[in-house]
Design a protein around this ligand. Sequence first.
Ligand SMILES: Cc1cc2nc3c(=O)[nH]c(=O)nc-3n(C[C@H](O)[C@H](O)[C@H](O)COP(=O)(O)O)c2cc1C
Ligand code: SF4
Length: 515
Amino acid sequence: MPLVAAAAVATHDVLQRRHSLLRNFPVIGHGRYLVEKIGPELRQYIVAGNDEERPFSRDQRRWVYASAKLENNYFGFGTDNDIEHTTAYPIVKHATFGRVAPPSDPHAGHEAWVPCAKVLGGARGRAAAFRPDSVVNISGMSFGSLSGNAVAALNRGAALAGCLQNTGEGGLSVHHRHGGEIVFQIGTAYFGCRDDQGRFDLARLKDVVAAAPVRALEVKLSQGAKPGLGGMLPGAKVSAEIAAARGVPEGKDCISPSRHAEFDDADSLLDWVELLAAETGLPVGIKSAVGDIGFWRDLADLMAGTGRGVDYVNIDGGEGGTGAAPLIFADSVSLPFRAGFSRVYAVFAERGIQDDVVFVGAGKLGLPDNAIVAFALGCDLISVGREAMLAIGCIQAQKCHTDHCPTGVATQNRWLSRGLDPTLKSVRVANYIKTLRRDLLKVSEACGVEHPALLDADTVEFLDAGSACTTLRSRYGYQPGWRQPSPETREAIVTLMGRTAPRGGSALPSPTATG
Ligand SMILES: Cc1cc2nc3c(=O)[nH]c(=O)nc-3n(C[C@H](O)[C@H](O)[C@H](O)COP(=O)(O)O)c2cc1C
Ligand code: SF4
């Protein structure tokens, strides 16, 4: 009898589509859901607390999972963060009589439209300049590090959420063609835009751009988890689909060099960026982790002095994710997001050119508190990588580098990736992105402004172990006027948000009201 019951459960698990883990691990997978359910009670007594796990704590993961499923993502009884004893704990300062009245209904505005405050490519008049529709977008994660089904889920999710999906450096595959708009990333191996000898091929790039909804190009200089390193996808993993997307031979080791062949300093980088923009009409950005600041000074000096320039700068924090990296690089090489981003922003602001560049950030910014700090530091857009993976089923098993990902997100194993249903998970990632956008808008409204880009460097203070408070401005040395959009940008975004801003905030005033 128990065997019959187990067989029935197994059949149900394999056939259902909601839970990748149960599809891949019928019957035994239920253990994980049971532990998740009774986890809070168990941990209260014997294991770790809600905020102890890394890279994403249990509370953070719970918030992403619940938001992705449109379940109740509130937390009861008050914070369990140790605010009194934590250093650099960010506090967002709300406004008592702000300009904007937040709506009274907590669920109002779930479909909040929160576009970028700046026009990408507008400052340099690129032919295909545009205003990104969403301040939250999906970060570059290549097909190869992610399964085809995961890439497809993210692409469909991007279409549903009205945001952009960055291809990562693995080229543009069939899985990227489900309606979501694309940022095409160009890495050191020029995957997807290279000739047979691995050299950059402009004609191929133009073909790729013409055949898909590519809205921008991103030149990848480095990523936070493994800056300055190349990489290798072993031949065993180079399937026909991966080979086609990358433009490499099937079944052979696929190498990414550590450096680009097309440029070797800030000056030649800018020449190349201008060439790409002129030939494709698209805005062109760069993605990089932050180490030596000299490169950024050179870049900003050249931009201020010559009129050449990148349309956006995407700063990845050292705490960022990867499919695989040596421990020392993941742990210790390159600055974490807040330190790295603020240094780069300062370099541009000191030269007065911060309004000509769209600033993008990544590095655990897919959580509302981190995202708010990023906007207060000067971000115009944020990219989410691992949080989007959580939304499509990742359980933080941290086996991405082994090809044994149990939820089918980061593997090329056919059985495991089959467990991930791209249609269902696309809705989850779209729900998560919409919820994050809505929370960013709600916090902005609570602070009295219409849009997260209007939060300034005085909005956030850092609390050190419950005693001293330091404003973000003084902690990162921001000068007065920095992190204030130009009057034109401010007016444009206030007008845009005014068209859709939810109404409400109070009941009708009484006859004796004085306000
Ligand atoms: C599985 C995986 C693959 C990634 N692949 C790329 C890539 O191809 N190109 C890139 O620039 N960054 C890549 N990244 C880094 C992410 O785009 C992102 O910058 C980083 O994870 C920080 O964002 P997060 O904290 O929201 O994950 C990858 C990250 C992960 C987890
Ligand atoms: S191996 Fe683990 S951490 Fe990596 S994607 Fe899969 S579930 Fe997530």
